[in-house]
Design a protein around this ligand. Sequence first.
Ligand SMILES: *Cc1c(COP(=O)(O)O)cnc(C)c1O
Length: 395
Amino acid sequence: MAFADYPVHTLMTITTRPDLVFVEGQGSWMTDQNGKRYLDFLQGWAVNCLGHSAPVMIDALNAQARKIINPSPAFYNEPMVKLAELLTQNSCFDKVFFANSGAEANEGAIKLARKWGRKNKSGAYQIITFDHSFHGRTLATMSASGKAGWDTIFAPQVPGFPKAILNDIASVEALITDETVAVMLEPVQGEGGVIPATREFMQQLRALTKAKNILLIVDEVQTGCGRCGSLFAYQLSGIQPDIMTLGKGIGGGVPLAALLSTEAVACFEPGDQGGTYNGNPLMTAVGHAVMSTLLEPEFLPGVLARGEHLRTRMLALCSEFGLEGERGEGLLRALQLGRDIGPQLVEAARELNPQGLLLNSPRPALLRFMPALNISFEEIDEMTEMLRGLLKKHA
Ligand SMILES: *Cc1c(COP(=O)(O)O)cnc(C)c1O
């Protein structure tokens, strides 16, 4: 079917999309309505950790769809319990609440922290977040986010989210008052441009929050589930947070997210939290298949090796074209271009023929890479060669 024959005008405009309709995906490749193939370094925005249409996900979906799709959130179901057990056995957390999106998991984290503050800190409710952070698109999570312009766009904001500066512990300390209940951050700021919180900063934050009896919340919607080379990114800095949120990779492409906390913090009472699809067995069965794959012995070392390979290739491009540098953890990486050619490169990469390349530029002088965690080394090389060709023209 030709693009013009798709009634795309019936969709609300929420972003500028290219004139393409994707019809198939397989591993690290997607195919558009004309049959053109694209090497995918977006993977649903760091979501499809096993690539497109991973067989283990298809099997889990099929098997669960034949058993039961929706008993109701008022009852336990098997995949929900099995996935919660897997997550708690492999993290420092004891309790799980499943949600459908990262923003919803973060809303849950905010509610849980405020409830804990009501019970344990005479109603303290403020959650310190960070400039350039991203926590989602609901009113509260937009208010928590430190994105420029988001403080006014749907004013009035949800109050109670003072902003500190990442990797600057004094800026956090300066904001702490009797009303402070938590500090929330992404271990690597994803949408902000792949900016890692340093190991030292994470440790300082943990020490400070412990000393002040404040909760530490990690938003691992983007960094969790193997993306940074460890199962969860907080593990890279050797600390134990009180609350963690997961999304994106946990479902490998299906809508699934999770809110986790320690036993001491899990203070929701019946009626406080819920949702129609939360813990839905169709999604949690897929989540269990995805997480089980990530936990296979060779998987996470493979992510680190691929991340190192990508890093080496990007550093070579840096010296060849005089670019600024490279940063990130595992397979959440960015190439610092040193000039504002990111959006131009994204478009030219997509328009390459016969095969296109899908890239992302969260800031004009930056390219972000978030490929499948099982991408092949050859595909990383292929992307590098395509990008080299583009840099010759545009850099
Ligand atoms: C994507 C993202 C979210 C929002 O997740 P949705 O599923 O889009 O609601 C929240 N926090 C971080 C760090 C993210 O990267």
